[in-house]
Ligand binder design. Structure first.
Ligand code: WTA
Length: 700
């Protein structure tokens, strides 16, 4: 399925056609004040990180870290595509993010927590306090929870200081953490507990969002039931309290299973745990992500290669200096938060801000007040948040005296108009912008401009970052030349240290999804024969800048959250009345894409609002509220090919008011007009041009 789906990218698409929505933009030079202080100003970096100098070039990143034992082999390619970086090295991620900064920076803020409520004060945690709290918790995890190197722990927590503390305590012991985004439902957490075979769940009683207290512990009970149904027993649930001593949840604590962490910690006051020397290629964490099938993939990341890569890219692309105040508004429960709130910034000894709430609460000036108050000078967020802030408060940034030197956009393509607002209104034309393209699988950035060296081009991510060599292939595996104006599948020619090692417990799927398509010779031990297939469509301009067009698999990017259409469809199929389900993306002004659901019912049932509501409820229960569909349409029948395959392309065209194309070859062409009528009304709505990923959605 993956292979045939990739053919959706029409290689005949011209730059001019793409430009219907997205004109090729002028280049903008980085501000001089930025360049004057930047970490990376030497143009020779291109030569240093050229393919001729691969893989030794990445020694430069490894040398940003403190090794317990230095490595002997930069890259071992003996078992492609299972690359091993910095072989022979021993390293501890917690030591690198905490202990090594103590001699110079004990009293400096490592993390600043900004609560949801503006009336509550910020909490600064110094490197010394972080050291103490990580050690005490590590002792608890080892001695009370019985965890040791190689064990997996599922962490389902909101954006609070205790989340990075928990991750770093695991890393100190060599325990593999699997952080599940707090917005995921209990069932989704349970599936991930089962897949990772975690015996311990670490969670929190509750948290606040837009002034509302949310019960989070209730999800733990659902998660444990789900994990048990898949055969995975959890023997301890460690519950942090948002306010120690007060319980914010209505769910009872289960005797002998659930424990308040703040209570247990009293016994570990003053404990110190020596950072366990871990082989560079031992896993640091698993992060689940969506793909083509209904089952999320556990992307397994290494310790040494991953940490080296996020540290190097945070230094050169985010331009993090130890004295910066850095704020990334992503959630730590996603890869951006792991790499660029926790590991990269802390390894560089800077101050990283953690915000509990949403960007527009209590109003669209909140981010700029936070930035002004804390002196944030590097700001990192996603196009969805930028669009929201622009819509709700276009003039707000001008009311505050924040001053950014660098701003980041990540997670979705950014429209030039939105980019310009970010640049002019938020950055006041003084901040350089990096549009960073990458994925959960990659550990760190793949494409971005080098902020002091390359001009910005609104709407384009930029060239490969140092040591990353992108290439666009067509369906036949032929290279699409730069500047040809043709779209294709973006791949990376070479391995890099931040890349995931495998899919947890599913190495075949790792090879099949990312490497099989363009592998030149499955027997080859030469990395040159194993380009990485990103599952994104893209266009490469003559200047080497990559413009990402979106996914070529069955993933919908909803407000920067990666959702698998198959996961949503399986959730709908748990409603007893539902016979078939098809999910398609709909373009949305703020969130980029939103899922829309089509279902058909089993014989004997008729359409009702109650069934629609059940489908929505199941999606929220099985995945989470962020997957809530825009609409549920109960249709008399699905449009199908003669072989019985649901034509999702036709449904996507109806949902997005696109031209339907030729439907005469369907097994049931008459149903198409019936569905169109249901969704659009009496008169067909004016045909619109749709973005590339929607135009090709569901193609064979
Ligand atoms: C999309 C997030 C355009 C892309 C770090 C990718 C982007 C998916 C960009 C990965 C960008 C990410 N411009 N599209 N700058 N960054 N994407 O795994 O489709 O949550 O495949 O990782 O987001 O999402 P993920």
């Amino acid at each position: 399925m993956t292979n045939s789906n990739a053919s959706r990218v029409s290689t005949e698409l011209t730059e001019a056609q793409i430009a219907v929505h997205w004109q090729e933009q002028e280049l903008i030079q980085p501000p001089a004040q930025f360049v004057a202080q930047a970490n990376l100003t030497d143009p020779a970096v291109a030569e240093r990180f050229s393919l001729e100098n691969f893989p030794e070039c990445f020694k430069e990143y490894a040398d940003l870290l403190t090794w317990q034992k230095y490595w002997h082999t930069t890259l071992d390619t003996s078992n492609p595509p299972f690359w091993r970086w910095f072989v022979g090295g021993l390293i501890n991620a917690s030591y690198n993010c905490v202990d090594r900064h103590l001699p110079t920076s004990k009293g400096k803020a490592a993390l600043i927590f900004v609560p949801d409520s503006e009336d509550e004060s910020h909490v600064s945690l110094t490197y010394q306090e972080l050291y103490v709290r990580v050690n005490e918790l590590a002792a608890l995890l080892r001695d009370f929870a019985g965890l040791k190197a190689g064990d997996r722990v599922t962490i389902h927590m909101p954006m609070v200081l205790e989340l990075p503390i928990t991750m770093l305590a695991c890393a100190r012991l060599g325990v593999i953490h699997s952080v599940v985004f707090g917005g995921f439902s209990g069932q989704a957490a349970g599936q991930r507990i089962a897949d990772s075979q975690s015996h311990v769940l670490i969670t929190m009683d509750g948290y606040y969002r837009s002034g509302v207290p949310l019960d989070h512990k209730e999800k733990a009970d659902i998660a444990l039931a789900e994990a048990a149904s898949e055969g995975q027993a959890v023997d301890k649930v460690l519950v942090w309290r948002r306010r120690p001593g007060q319980y914010l949840s209505n769910t009872p604590m289960v005797e002998g299973r659930d424990y308040f962490v703040d209570d247990l910690l009293r016994d570990y006051r003053g404990s110190r745990v020596a950072p366990v020397p871990m082989p560079a290629e031992s896993p640091l964490f698993i992060m689940y992500s969506s793909g083509t099938t209904g089952r999320p993939k556990g992307c397994q990341h290494s310790t040494g290669g991953y940490l080296a890569y996020v540290t190097g890219t945070a230094k050169y692309i985010l331009d993090v200096h130890p004295e910066d105040i850095y704020w990334c508004m992503a959630d730590i429960g996603w890869i951006t938060g792991h790499s660029y709130i926790v590991y990269g910034p802390l390894a560089l000894g800077t101050t990283s801000v953690i915000y509990e709430g949403v960007p527009t609460y209590p109003d669209a000036g909140r981010p700029w007040r936070i930035a002004e108050r804390l002196g944030v000078n590097i700001f990192h967020t996603a196009p969805t948040a930028i669009r929201q802030l622009r819509k709700a408060g276009p003039e707000e940034p001008s009311k505050y005296n924040h001053r950014f030197k660098l701003m980041v956009t990540v997670g979705e393509p950014i429209e030039p108009a939105v980019w310009y607002w970010y640049y002019e209104a938020v950055g006041k034309k003084q901040a350089v912008i990096v549009d960073t393209w990458w994925q959960t699988e990659n550990g760190g950035f793949l494409c971005s401009t080098k902020p002091a060296l390359d001009p910005m081009k609104p709407g384009s991510a930029g060239p490969g970052v140092p040591g990353i060599h992108p290439v666009i292939y067509d369906e036949n595996g032929d290279e699409v030349p730069a500047g040809s104006g043709k779209a294709g599948n973006v791949c990376i020619r070479n391995p890099w240290p931040g890349s995931f090692q495998t899919i947890w417990r599913d190495p075949e799927r790792y090879v099949a999804t990312y490497y099989a398509k363009y592998c030149k010779d499955p027997q080859s031990k030469d990395w040159r024969d194993w380009p990485y297939f990103a599952n994104d469509g893209a266009v490469l301009a003559a200047d080497g800048y990559v413009r990402i067009l979106g996914r070529v698999d069955d993933v919908i990017n909803v407000a920067g959250h990666r959702l698998g259409t198959k996961e949503l469809e399986s959730a709908c199929l748990t409603v007893p009345e539902v016979a078939e389900a098809a999910v398609v993306p709909v373009a949305d002004e703020i969130k980029g894409r939103i899922p829309e659901v089509y279902i058909s019912l089993k014989p004997g049932f008729s359409a009702s609002a109650a069934i629609e509501a059940k489908a929505v409820a199941q999606i929220e229960a099985i995945i989470g509220k962020m997957a809530r569909p825009k609409a549920v349409h109960i249709v008399p029948d699905m449009p199908k090919t003669r072989s019985g395959k649901i034509m999702r392309r036709v449904l996507a065209a109806i949902s997005n008011s696109m031209s339907l194309g030729d439907v005469s070859t369907l097994a049931n062409p008459e149903v198409v007009e019936e569905i169109r009528h249901m969704v659009q009304g009496e008169e067909p709505v004016a045909v619109k041009e749709a973005p590339e990923d929607i135009r090709r959605f569901g193609d064979e």
